[in-house]
Each structure stands twice: as C-alpha cells, then as structure tokens.
Design a protein around this ligand. Structure first.
Ligand SMILES: [Cu+2]
Length: 183
C-alpha cells in the first residue's frame, strides 16, 4: 500500500461512525450465501478455481483503540485452512470497521504464521508476495479494502504453506494473519 493509503485509514475510521450497522449485517448475510454475488455495494464476478472466503475483522468502537495497543484485536478468518494446488481465488470481505487488506505470501516450512517482524512503520516485509486483495469492490491491489466491502484475486498456487495477512500499520502485530496449506 502507498503512504497515501495509510492516511485514508483514519478517514475510514471516522466515516464508520456514520456507517449503518444494518448495512454491515446485510453484507455479512450476503457473504455467507454462496448464491448471492453482491455484498454491500460490491458486485462479485464468478471466481475461478477453488474459492477461499476470507473475513477481515477488528474490534468495535470503544474496545478498538485499546485492543490495537494490546494486540490480538484483529483477525483474518478463512473458510478453510487447506485447499488444492492450482487455481485459487480469494474472496475477501472486510467485516471490520477499519480499512484492511489481504496479502498472500509463501510461508517457509521452518516458519509458522505470525512470526514475521514488523519494521518501524508497523508493517512486515512483503517481498515474495504472490498477490493481494486491497481494492474495494474490485480485483487485486489497490489503496485498501473499505469496511463492509469485498475484494478478490485469483492466483496460481503450488503446493506449500502460505501466510495470509493484513499489512496495514500495526495490523499484523494485532493478529491479522492466518496460515493456509496448499497440496
Ligand atoms: Cu488490517
């Protein structure tokens, strides 16, 4: 993400105060129904290969600030922890109240998810990234996935372990990572 995208995070946090809880709930419901292809304001295309549904979450309102500082307040939750090698599509819903994203990185056999070290700017090294979802209502990389929206990407994944994480400042350390096994 660009520096400019980081600035948008604060803006989104302010905007969410006026966001409709009902709209987010509706988005959640639509996301769980496989036959429905619209989530909130987004219309999803048919996605190729094995589809992994991903939810990005963070704690709400009063708890959010303190949770961010103490860690463990943000999550990446996937519909499965294992998928067949080949064409894999990630359908990523931001169910939280902050802007998020999802980066896909190989995870060496000697490592476990969550052990990457953030640098001074609160982000981890994305070197070797195979792709990301950070484009509101659209495919691939952008300036961040807005709350209550969905983005997607289709990748070719060889067998191996992968780590899916959000690389906005502080989000990895706050718990936004998960492991996916491809075989
Ligand atoms: Cu995030």
């Amino acid at each position: 993400m660009s520096t400019r995208a980081f600035l948008l995070v604060g803006t989104a946090a302010v905007l969410l105060a006026g966001a409709s809880t009902a709209a987010l709930a509706a988005a959640s419901g639509a996301f769980r129904a496989a036959s429905v292809r619209s989530v909130g304001q987004c219309s999803l295309p048919a996605l190729a290969g094995s589809v992994v549904d991903v939810s990005l979450t963070n704690m709400m309102n009063g708890q959010m600030g303190r949770g961010w500082m103490t860690g463990g307040s943000m999550r990446v939750v996937t519909s499965t922890d294992h998928v067949s090698a080949g064409t894999v599509s990630f359908r990523v819903a931001n169910m939280g109240t902050l802007v998020h994203e999802l980066v896909v990185l190989p995870l060496p056999a000697t490592q476990i998810a969550g052990n990457r070290v953030a640098t001074i700017d609160g982000r981890v090294d994305e070197m070797g990234s195979l792709g990301e979802v950070s484009n509101t209502c659209a495919r691939g990389a952008g300036t961040g996935l807005s709350p209550g929206t969905v983005g997607w990407v289709t990748l070719q994944l060889p067998p191996g372990n992968y780590e899916l994480f959000c690389d906005l400042a502080g989000h990895y350390a706050a718990g936004m990572y998960v492991e996916l096994t491809v075989s």
